[in-house]
Structure formats: C-alpha cells, structure tokens
Design a protein around this ligand. Structure first.
Ligand code: ADP
Length: 669
C-alpha cells in the first residue's frame, strides 16, 4: 500500500469517527473550562436542596437540650444568660438527674459581664465544685467556648480549670459558599479537638479522636472540618414548636424540678442560651435562611449527633466530578447532533432528572456528595452550544440539497426535452423502414434466396425492437411531463388477457412454450383498457423472454378480498434477491448472463407499476433464481377515488417510488 493510499485510508477511518471525536473534544474542552469555576453559590443551593428534600435522619433520642430562653430569664428575674449563681444551681440539680454527659455551651464570658463579682465571691467555686462533683460521679462534663481572632475565648477564672473545648457553629463565608449558612463543622484546630469531637471521644472512651467519614483538612486555617448531616429541620417557630425533635427542657424546668422522673438519666445534655433577640444564638441553615429561626444549640446537637454516629458527608474525588461533567456534556452533545429536536430536548430533560435523582439517592443513602453544579451547567451550556451548531449543519445540508435539486430538475428537463426530440424524430423513419422491409419481405418471397429472406426478417425484427423502445421512451416521457390522461370504461379483464395471450401465441409456439390460461369469470371492471393491456402484454412478453424453450407460462385471473388479481407465472430464469431489489425502477435490467443476451429496455416494469398505481392497485413479485417468477397485478374492485379524478395529479403523486404500493417478496437464489 502506497503512502497516499495509506493516508486516504486513515482519512476515511477518521471520517467515520468524525462525529464521536468532535463530540468528545467539544465535551472535554467545555468540561475543563467549567471545572475551573466552582459555582459555589449554585452548588450550595443544590446541596441544601439535597439536605432538605429527602429521607430525614432521625435525631438521637439520647441527646437532650436545656435552653435558657427569654421566658426562663424573665421568670427568674434576670436576663439571658443569667448570672453565675443560676448556672451553679443548675449543675447541682443535674447531679441528681444522672445524665451521661453535660455539654455546657453557655458563653461564660457573657455571664461574667452580667455579674463579674460572682466569679470571685465564691459562686465561681460553687460552679467548679458542682462540675467536679458531676465528673466524680462519672458524668462527662465539657464546656464549649467561643473562638475569636485571638483564638479560644477561655472561660473566666476559676471556670478555666474545668474541661473546655472550642464549640463553634461554622458559617460558610469564604471557603465553600458566601452565604453564611451552616453546613459543616469544625472538628479540630491546630491539632486540638473541638467540643463535639472531645465530647464524642469522652462518650466513646477512646484515647484518640475518631474522625467521622468525610473529614477534610483546610490548611489555610489549620483545621479539620466535615459536612455534618441534619437530623430533621432545626427551624424553631415563634410559638416555640419545631427546632428538631431533640427533647428540649427549659433551664427553669430543671431548677424547679419540673421534668419527668429519669428524663435526663443516661442522656447527653447540652445546655445553651436561646435569647430570641440575640443573633449569636442563631445561625442560617439549609432549612431556613431567615435570621433568628435556627437555634445554634440545635445545630450543636446535630453536629454532635453526626460525630457520634459517624454521619459525615463524603465529597467525591474531583476526578469523578470531572468525569461526570465530561460524560453528561458528551451525552447532550451527542443527542443534539443525532436525535430529532424533540427527542433531543426530551433526552436532555431526562438526563437532568436522572442525574439529580441519582445524586440525591447516593447522598441520602450513602452520604456521598456528588457535585451537581458543574455537570448541570455543562448540560445547559452544551445544549445551547450544540443546538446552533446542529442548526448550522442542517441549514448547510438543506442548502446543498436545494442546490442539488435545482441541478437535477434542470438536468431532468434537459433529458426530457432531448428524449422527446430524438424519439419523435426517430419514430417516423423507423416506422418507414419497418413498413418498407415488410413490403420487401412480401414482394421478394418468391424469388429471393433463404439467406436474403432471413436477413430481411432480421432487419424487420430489429426495427420492431427499436420501435418498441421508442414507444416505451415516449410513454415514459408522457408520464414524466404529466401528459398522461386515463380513459376509464367498464371492461372485461379476461377479454384483454385472452387477446394479449393470442397475440403471443405464434411467438410462444416458435419457442415451444405453452401459454396456459386459467380465467375465472369476472365482473366488468372500470379501467383504462389500453394501459391495462400494455401491462398484461408486458408481463407475458417478459415471461416469454425470460423462459426457456419447452417451459410453461400460466396466466390466471381471479377475485380475492375485494381485489381482481392477474398473475403471470413462468418457469424461466427467475431473479435473486439482489436482482429483485432494483426492479420497477427506470431502465433497470437484472445483471446476469441471460438478460444480457436478451434485448430489452428496462422500462416495461417501471411503466407497469405506474399504470397499476394509477388504478390504485399494486404489483407483487415472487421470484427464485433458476426456478421462475410470478408477477401479480392487484386491482381494487371498488377504487377509492372516482374515475374522473384519476388524471394527472394522481399520476404525479405516484411518480416518486411509493414503497407501500409495491411488494417485492424475497426470493431464494
Ligand atoms: P425489459 O425490457 O428488460 O424486459 P422490464 O422492465 O420489463 O424490462 O424488466 C426489467 C428486468 O426485470 C428485466 O431486464 C429482467 O432482468 C427482469 N425480469 C422481468 N420479468 C422477468 C421474468 N419474468 N423473469 C426473470 N426476469 C424478469
């Protein structure tokens, strides 16, 4: 193989894969562009949608909340967060209630601001000793401290001697999204575990922190985070209802022992403030982005619940995200390039739905967070890029077709004019040659030798064939220039068949072929007798031409299912399935040795089909190579269209091959 051939082969191969390659390159380029943007705002919205709409995780019934709200403070004659003596009393009361752990999330620096002297006058000591008493009883005690720019805001002395850890509710600001919504929690900072981790480790009695799945490091802040799961909606309505289904008691309920017996036994108790006008006690969550609706104490409970039950959300690796984006954009590009516009839209919408449902399910069931923003943006951008591209291609194709069509029409016109010119000019001289030859044969029969007579007969036969050809071409020309008119009359079809068979008797006898007629009596049929005669003549002529001497041709007529059927069956050369495929098209002749030696125009069956279709009928053929053929014409007894309407518009409509009117049964070769 030469270099050029090799190049051509590669080019051909490439052309076959042109569309998939273009689609893949387009999708890969678009995806790599999209992957440079993190669409955090969109992703945050989609993340929240997944959190809120799905099967909710059940809150751990072991976690109980004690809230210090406005009403409690008012009842006790103070302000949230109340002075230290109340807190000391609470711890003392707690000792009899036997909880498993107490997480004290009240900001003690805030308490200190109310009555600083309580921290030095012995109340502080009371608080410390109450806490120590709890710990001596085996109850875990841990204070949650705030975190500011300087670091952990330690509880004021003497409370700083008690176990404490940073307890912050992270609000997304700069790293994930800018909307200050709480989705993730800080687990450790500068290698020091935060409140929830320390509490969980204490409860699990583990020596080392066991981080929940999905924990990731943020080197910028030297901290470990994880996206925690919400256990139902944390939204607290103004009437006090809601706020998740963690059991909640008020601070006062404990002090005044208004809680059911054993309500806190073996529970993990979180104590926190919930002042309705203090923004520090609330955060924004995926459930509600309205201020003062999501209490932080409930978020702490959710974080602790997630840490305890290892319920972290696992973010998929960026390469999987990239692959998903490439895959969905590929699919959209491909569909828009190959499907019809309606199916394209349908497939794209289905892809969006399937993708969202699938990612929702894996989020809910496995806690896996597949990023949706880039694939979804990819789907929309690729759709809006692919549609114009497809349109441009379609327009180009249509333009090419139009041009080709115009050229073809011109060519067709030229050909028609040329054919009509030639055939008209040929018809007269050929008819004269034929007439003169016939006269010569008759006049010279007595004195010319056998050889000369045969020559004259050859001349006669040749001109006859030529005449036949010219007539067929003229007929074709008439059809194609819409000049055909049908003349309907009621006629006995059998009569036409008998007449046609008679005219072929001599020819058949010369080749020792037997023409067998089996004609059932038929009602007169409305038809153009001259066209139907041409059809029958052509079928018998073909059967004779393509039959071997000594064989039999059977011509039948019968009625079946509102149809009149004429069949011509021969035992001739037949046709293979390949040869049958081109039948009934203009100038078609089967390519085999036999047909090559038999003269013919390749127009007979083409005209047959037109004439029969003009009668709202159809032509059927069954053939087997070497065994023979059977051609059937099927004419309706009651045509749908009235005879008067049967002129050129119908024929014009029939000019394009109408496959439903044509039945070519496959043949065994
Ligand atoms: P032609 O003038 O060549 O016979 P037709 O349109 O009548 O033109 O037929 C088209 C082709 O169909 C023929 O050339 C021949 O190959 C094939 N054909 C038609 N009738 C028969 C038949 N009875 N047996 C086998 N082949 C046939």
């Amino acid at each position: 193989m030469g270099f050029r051939q090799g190049c051509e082969k590669i080019q051909r191969r490439l052309r076959t894969f042109e569309k998939p390659i273009t689609v893949f390159i387009g999708a890969a380029c678009l995806s790599s562009l999209l992957l440079n943007f993190d669409f955090s705002f969109l992703e945050a919205g989609l993340y929240d949608f997944r959190v809120v709409h799905g099967f909710q995780k059940k809150p751990d019934p072991e976690i109980v909340l004690i809230t210090l709200d406005d009403k409690t403070a008012k009842d006790l004659g103070g302000f949230v967060p109340l002075s230290l003596d109340y807190h000391s009393h609470l711890l003392q009361a707690m000792s009899d209630l036997d909880p498993k752990a107490v997480g004290y999330l009240v900001d003690m620096n805030h308490v200190h601001q109310i009555n600083p002297e309580f921290f030095t006058n012995g109340t502080g000591k009371l608080f410390v000793s109450a806490a120590n008493h709890l710990m001596e009883k085996g109850i875990i005690f841990l204070m949650g401290t705030p975190f500011d720019v300087i670091g952990e805001a330690l509880p004021p002395p003497p409370l700083n001697t008690l176990p404490h850890a940073i307890a912050v509710v992270h609000q997304d600001g700069n790293v994930f999204s800018e909307d200050r919504v709480t989705r993730r929690a800080l687990l450790s900072i500068y290698d020091t575990e935060t409140f929830h981790m320390a509490m969980a480790r204490g409860l699990e009695k583990a020596s080392d922190p066991i981080y929940p799945p999905g924990t990731f490091e943020l080197p910028e802040v030297n901290g470990k985070y994880f996206f925690f799961r919400y256990h139902g909606s944390p939204v607290l309505r103004h009437d006090g209802s809601g706020g998740n289904s963690y059991t909640r008691y008020s601070f006062n309920d404990i002090l005044e022992k208004r809680i059911p017996l054993g309500a806190l036994k073996n529970k993990i108790v979180l104590v926190g403030t919930l002042a309705s006008d203090d923004s520090a006690d609330f955060s924004l969550t995926p459930y509600s982005k309205t201020p003062f609706t999501n209490p932080k104490i409930v978020l702490h409970a959710n974080i602790l619940d997630s840490v305890l039950h290892k319920d972290g959300v696992i973010r998929v690796h960026p390469w999987l995200n990239a692959m998903t984006t490439v895959f969905v954009t590929c699919a959209v590009f491909w569909w828009i390039m190959t499907l019809t516009p309606l199916y394209g839209v349908f497939a794209t919408i289905s892809l969006v739905l399937v993708f969202m449902i699938a990612s929702q399910l894996i989020f809910q069931i496995q806690g896996i967070w597949l990023r949706e923003s880039q694939p979804l943006v990819g789907i929309f951008v690729s759709y809006y890029l692919a549609v114009p591209y497809r349109l441009i291609r379609e327009y180009k194709k249509r333009w090419d077709y139009q041009r080709k069509n115009e050229l073809l029409t011109q060519l067709e016109e030229l050909k028609t004019n040329f054919l009509s010119l030639i055939t008209h000019d040929l018809k007269t001289p050929v008819a004269r040659i034929q007439g003169l030859t016939e006269m010569l044969i008759r006049r010279t029969s007595t004195f010319l030798g056998e050889v000369d007579q045969t020559t004259l007969r050859h001349i006669f036969n040749a001109t006859d064939e030529l005449n036949h050809f010219i007539s067929s071409v003229l007929e074709l020309n008439r059809i194609e220039s819409d000049r055909i008119q049908l003349h309907f009359e009621s006629k006995d079809l059998n009569q036409l068949i008998e007449r046609a068979a008679d005219s072929f008797q001599t020819q058949a006898a010369a080749r020792k072929i037997q023409l067998k007629l089996e004609l059932e009596p038929l009602f007169p049929l409305r038809m153009d007798a001259s066209l139907i005669s041409k059809v029958i003549n052509n079928l018998i002529d073909n059967a004779l031409k393509y039959s071997n001497p000594g064989s039999e041709i059977q011509i039948r007529s019968y009625e079946e299912d509102e149809l009149v059927i004429v069949s011509v069956k021969d035992q001739g050369i037949g046709m293979s399935p390949d040869e049958l495929a081109g039948l009934f098209t203009r100038f078609y002749r089967a390519k085999n040795q036999m047909t090559a030696s038999i003269s013919g125009t390749g127009l007979g069956l083409y005209l047959t089909r037109y004439f029969i279709e003009a009668h709202q009928g159809r032509v059927e053929v069954e053939s087997e190579s070497g065994r023979g053929s059977i051609f059937k014409i099927l004419l309706p007894l009651k045509p749908r269209i009235q005879a008067a309407q049967f002129n050129f518009p119908y024929i014009k409509a029939a000019q394009e091959p109408s496959k439903e009117n044509l039945y070519v049964s496959s043949a065994r070769s």
